[in-house]
Design a protein around this ligand. Structure first.
Ligand code: SF4
Ligand code: SF4
Length: 251
C-alpha cells in the first residue's frame, strides 16, 4: 500500500535536489546556533571519542536529559553554550568534530523517516527536503540524489545504528520497567548500555556478561576494543534482559 504523507511533505525518492554548504556562504555556521538537537546513542559514542572524553564526562558536560516522544525512556539533547547559544563544537572556522558530527547534522538538508512493518520484517526509508529560509545552500549549483548525498556525507553507519536503536526504543515504548517504574535498576542499566558505553564496558567486564552467551572469540575481542560493536551487543543484550527475545544465544 502506498504510504500517505501530509500534503506539504513530499518524499524525494530518486529526484535530485540542489544543495551545497561551504564557508563562502553568508549563512555559514548559522545552523549550528539556536539548534534543538537530539543525540542518539551512536551520535554520543562518536562525539565523545572525537573530543576525547569518557562517556560520563561527555554526558555531564554536553547533554541534558529531556522527556522526548517516548514517555518511558528519557531522550538526550545537545547542551548549547551559554550566551552564544551555539553548538559547543563550533569553532570560528566551522565544525571541530566534522568527521564525527551527529546524524542530524550530516543528514541535513534532508530529514529521514522510516516506515517499518515489524511482522513482515520490511522497512522503507523516505527522505524529505527541508527548506529553512536562512539556509543559502539550496541556491548553490550542485545537485545530488538521496543516495549520492548519503554516500557523500557517510550517513549509512549512522542510519544502521539508529535503526538498531529505534528497535530497542520501541521496546522501551511498551514500558518494560513495569513495577520498577522509571529510574529503577533496569532503566538505569538500559540508560548505561545505550548512552554510557565506557560504563557499560566496565559493567560487562566486572559481571562477565560475554561469558553468559555463545559468542565467537573474534567478536568478543572486537567488542573489547571497538565501542560500535559493543553498542550493538548492548542493544541485543537489553532486548534479552527486557523481553527474553534476542539474537543472543545463552550458554
Ligand atoms: S548552507 Fe545551510 S547548512 Fe550550510 S552553513 Fe548555511 S545554513 Fe548551515
Ligand atoms: S556538530 Fe558540527 S555541524 Fe553539528 S551543530 Fe555542532 S558544529 Fe554544527
Amino acid at each position: 500500500m502506498k504510504k500517505e504523507f501530509p500534503e506539504d511533505m513530499v518524499p524525494l525518492e530518486n529526484k535530485e535536489f540542489r544543495f551545497s554548504c561551504h564557508s563562502g556562504l553568508q549563512c555559514y555556521t548559522l545552523c549550528c546556533k539556536n539548534v534543538d538537537m537530539y543525540l542518539f546513542p551512536y551520535d554520543i559514542l562518536r562525539l565523545k571519542n572525537a573530543v576525547g572524553l569518557d562517556s560520563e564526562t561527555f554526558l555531564r558536560k554536553h547533554t541534558h536529559m529531556v522527556k522526548g516522544v517516548n514517555p518511558y525512556f528519557p531522550s538526550l539533547m545537545l547542551k548549547l553554550t551559554d550566551g552564544q547559544n551555539a553548538c559547543p563544537f563550533l569553532l570560528s572556522d566551522g565544525c571541530s568534530v566534522y568527521e564525527d558530527r551527529p546524524s542530524s547534522c550530516r543528514t541535513y538538508p534532508l530529514e529521514r523517516a522510516v516506515d517499518r512493518d515489524a511482522p513482515r520484517k520490511t522497512r522503507k526509508d523516505y527522505y524529505f527536503l527541508t527548506d529553512h529560509p536562512y539556509c543559502l545552500g539550496h541556491g548553490e549549483n550542485c545537485s545530488f540524489t538521496v543516495n549520492e548525498w548519503a554516500r557523500n556525507q557517510k550517513i549509512h553507519i549512522f542510519n544502521l545504528m539508529n535503526d538498531l536503536w529505534a528497535e530497542l526504543d520501541s521496546i522501551f515504548l511498551m514500558n518494560p520497567w513495569q513495577g520498577e517504574g522509571s529510574g529503577g535498576p533496569k532503566q538505569q542499566l538500559s540508560f548505561m548500555a545505550c548512552y554510557n558505553i565506557d560504563g557499560f564496558r566496565k559493567y560487562t567486564q566486572s559481571n562477565d556478561i560475554f561469558g553468559h552467551f555463545r559468542l565467537a572469540r573474534e567478536l568478543k575481542k572486537e567488542m573489547e576494543r571497538n565501542d560500535t560493536e559493543l553498542l550493538k551487543f548492548g542493544f541485543e543484550w537489553l532486548k534479552f534482559v527486557l523481553t527474553g527475545k534476542s539474537n543472543l544465544v545463552k550458554k
